[in-house]
Design a protein around this ligand. Sequence first.
Ligand code: SAM
Length: 931
Amino acid sequence: MNDLFQSQTTESGPVECLGQTFPSDQARREHYLKLLAEKLKDPEFRKIEGFPIGTDEDILALSDPPYYTACPNPFIEDFIEQYGKPYDPAVPYSKEPFAADVSEGKNDPIYNAHSYHTKVPHKAIMRYILHYTQPGDVVFDGFCGTGMTGVAAQLCGDRATVQSLGYRVEADGTILAQEEEDGKPVWKPFSKLGARRAILNDLSPAATFIAYNYNTPVDVHAFEQEAKRILAEVEAECGWMYETLHSDGKTKGRINYTIWSDVFTCPQCAGEVVFWNVAVDKEAGQVRDDFPCPHCSADLTKRSLERAWITKFDSSIQQTVKQAKQVPVIINYRIGKSRFEKRVDNNDINLIDKLENTNIKDWFPANIMMNGGETKRNDPIGITHIHHFYTRRNLIVLSKFREKIFNNINKQINPGLGLWFTSSHVWATRLNRLLASNYFKGGGGVIGQTLQGTLYISSIAIETNCIERFSLRISSVPFTAYGGAFTISTCSASQTIPLESSADYIFVDPPFGANIMYSELNSLWEAWLKVSTNVKVEAVENKSQGKTLDDYRYLMSACFKKAFRILKPGRWMTVEFSNTRAAVWNGIQTSLQEAGFVVANVAVLEKSHKGYRAVTTTTAVKQDLVISAYKPNFGLEDRFTQTGGGEESAWDFVRTHLKYLPTVRMKQGELDYIAERDPRILFDRMVAWFVRHNCPVPMSSQEFQAGLTQRFTERDGMVFLPEQAGEYDKKRQQTAQAPQMELFVCDEHSAIDWLTDFLKKRPSTYQEIHPEFISQLGAGWKKHEARPELMALLEDNFIEFDGNGDVPSQIHSYLSSNFKDLRGLEKNDPRLTAKAKDRWYVPDPNKAQDLEKKREKALLKDFETYRAFTGRRLKEFRLEVLRAGFKTAWANKDFSTIISVAQKIPEDALQEDEKLLLWYDQALTYAGHSL
Ligand SMILES: C[S@@+](CC[C@H](N)C(=O)[O-])C[C@H]1O[C@@H](n2cnc3c(N)ncnc32)[C@H](O)[C@@H]1O
């Protein structure tokens, strides 16, 4: 690790940074802080999208330029110049899309050094980086959160970590992975040991501050010494605040935690009801739903109770506040190694009262909670400001820790201290709750941290011993990256990086719709750090921010467009997508395509096998997805611009796209069907490509299918380039079974696909098809989609042999290979004709095109009725009609029709349909949608 950036931990002696030598690291820091301070005075700089909210002074206090700035990083360009390799089209690069378990490595001490609302473990990301890049390559993550991508990039240079992933590392640094060949495991070289450089970005200053500390090597010894010194000082000043008297009346115990309970009033007798006292059933080990009033014995439920309130003067905000009453009820404490529990007594109450009236000497944040569903969720109980999220005792102690730690941060003693503060903070808030069943029945932890994704304060909350929590975290914190080049910026991902084609690979795990409101959840941290997220461009769907799913998609598009620019042509981006609605997942796909990326694979984790399976449907998605998309190369864009996009461009696209797709994929010893090679999916990709270039799609689906057959090689229903087909054939000879496309019937379109596959294999009569078809129309059918009649589908898309003339070859070959007595008969043999009569079959390409045209005409006629519909909402409709109508309207640049019809269909139906969304999104773009 002779990286220049390693010098950043050196406290004295000359250091090199971005090609310059400084007498000491302190001198380097001062030099860059001065430059940053000047930059901060530039009003244009402050106008950058997503510029955080904070004073120059506070931004500078957090920053450690050029590695980290708590604002847009003006030194990224220098970083790229120093470390990046300019894009050279002559350098060959070819990788297949890759998917691996994104949850691997959650037990790792580095992963656990700091929590976040969602986090991809660095070990999982390492597999991706090793697959796609070489040592020294530049990796970018625009939504970096805690900076795991940076940690992963650095640890690709660490032999032991790479080996811990199950790889072999040769003496010369070659990394080998185990693969299966002819049923036997073999080790194959696939990457090289060596750190990669990381460019990280996030909108949230809390996230980038954590990311900076995570990516900076911690001098463990120095950190521990300093942390212990601070701890001892806080202990000396505040340790008494966590003392309690033992049952013997004289021994002092040390509080581990205090349980606080809500207090209510009985609606019958107005007596005070302490929730803990009445609702907790210790014997049963649970919190009861109903209970008698301790005063008047009335039957009560939590819902029937009214809250008890306290009114007090809050000197920090110079206001009288009215808050829901919570009282301490139980204290868990220790004496030596023994743990005890007691009810809160008068001494404890006196101590709490005393602290309540103590002035807090150190600074703490007392700002009003920002606007938001989570941040304002506690307003009704009077928790309206940041400092209300802490008991007075923990507020005193936390502010003391902050004072001592931040003085040190400013002096740059050890970034581990920063990690120490933010990672311990979660234990200090009133969001900690009692895990009732563990508490009563034993086993597991008793304290549950914040309910994920919320700022929920429980009726039974836990106040931890803040000093103890900081003490416990000393040993967990110093697990960071070991050293490597990185740079971190704080702004919107739609803004980072000035240089085009500078990154070799992108890994992102962006926010997914309305799943988690990062800015709201980070607001507590950020209040302590004094620099906050600028929510205007936060890529979320959020009512309080006035952002719809369309806005979310629009913001994601802007971010992906920037990512597209940053990435070198021919290189890959991995988007990890967590568990959410199909509508959001569609939004991501659409915005990816709009940015110019071509999706080459979407894989879903199969929990049972810990492996990934390709998915093509958007409705069946409930788990983590990995999207592999690339920035096209091989001159495709240039040729498209030159020719203006005609029919030839479509084939050019397919030819180029096929190069990026895996040729052979094995799954549990069997050949896997590569869905992306399916003609129907290739068609969708081609359409998206044309739409993104604002060019009319040059052919219909049937023309496309017919053209594919002429130009490419088809194997087992998949399309290959001729040179790829050879490789596929080799593997195919060794396996008995042809791979099968998994089809999921959920609407008219997929029902036709299913029928096509079915009739291709087995031309059948209506009576034969009917039961099989019905069994496909199960629970997955789309909510508003009209259910089609089988006969109508058959008549519109297939042909029935009426028994006249020669038996069509599709039926002939089926019958002669499946019925011994029909083998070798002439096409007009009466025995064959009799068996073939009334069978439906898939038409040949010419006939199929005729049918398609006829069908399209009928669809457009129906679309006219949708357009003319004057009611508010169409309740049931055919997606195929809408798709055909939108496509035609788009080609005619009739965006208003798309938008007005879109408004007549339910939001979820629109957002969940990939094809409709494609047209709708474009219509919005061209109609000038903006936030
Ligand atoms: C799922 S988290 C990333 C977590 C990260 N992978 C980790 O392991 O810690 C998504 C992040 O996107 C950030 N974010 C939201 N909108 C953004 C935008 N417009 N530009 C950049 N970051 C944004 C949020 O602050 C959040 O940290």
